[in-house]
Design a protein around this ligand. Sequence first.
Ligand SMILES: O=C(O)CCC(=O)C(=O)O
Length: 284
Amino acid sequence: MPKILSTAEIERYREEGYLFPIRVMSEDAALELRRRLEAFERDSGGPLKGDLRHKSHLLFTWLAELVRHPRILDAIEDLYGPDLLCWSSNFFIKESETPAFVSWHQDSTYWGLSKPDVVSAWVAFTPATRANGAMRVIPGSHKREQIPHRDTFAKHNLLTRGQEIAVEVDEREAVTIELAPGEMSLHHVRLVHGSPPNLSGDRRIGFAIRYVPTHVRQLEGEDSASLVRGEDRYRHFTHEPAPPRDLDPAMLDLHKRIAERNARILYRGTDVASFNDPRGVGLR
Ligand SMILES: O=C(O)CCC(=O)C(=O)O
């Protein structure tokens, strides 16, 4: 018996590779998350950048709670079963009227995971609209195998290597994932997706949380993840603790080491070694 998705929604995810909109929390609760992010940005002198956008749930209690939000986990459990790890999370922030964009890609390309049993929950902290660069997806494209990508390291591309699909994408097939604050979309790791620049007068803020069932493993080196539901009978990943308070010194240190290790996986085959390296464009 599914927990929150209907049988038709589960079937749709299997056929099309995405689902939206799913309400996670009220608009006010989402705007409170935005307020917390922006309070930190004010105190630290500017927009969240570099490795602070990666696995931020290890640094902030309110994001640690978000990756464990029962409504998100119920939806993920309906798709992938009761034993779940949060493998990663990434802020995708597009400032207003800036050229930042995301090229057409499959998430699976550089993640190094053993199976395509990986789903992203993209949670909207602001509206996501056509005008502000909402994500676009190609329905059913997750059924394709891994498609070759080329690295562009393009200046305004928000992806780690500016990677893009090396074959033509028929944009007439694209569906735009418009969301209100507090809603989420789900997308499969092989789904072809991307997003255009934000032409609006406000920031567009999304927090993408990557979940795997515990049987998935990392093929490209040592890796860690947070057990967020059920039990882990496989122990393929080292388990990460939740932060006891925002910016806890021990968690800052752990996060730094994890980010360095993850960067080695995601930038493998290049000479970029860190999310903070200006040559690597990722997570600006
Ligand atoms: O936020 C966006 O525009 C793109 C997000 C994305 O590529 C992802 O979550 O995998």
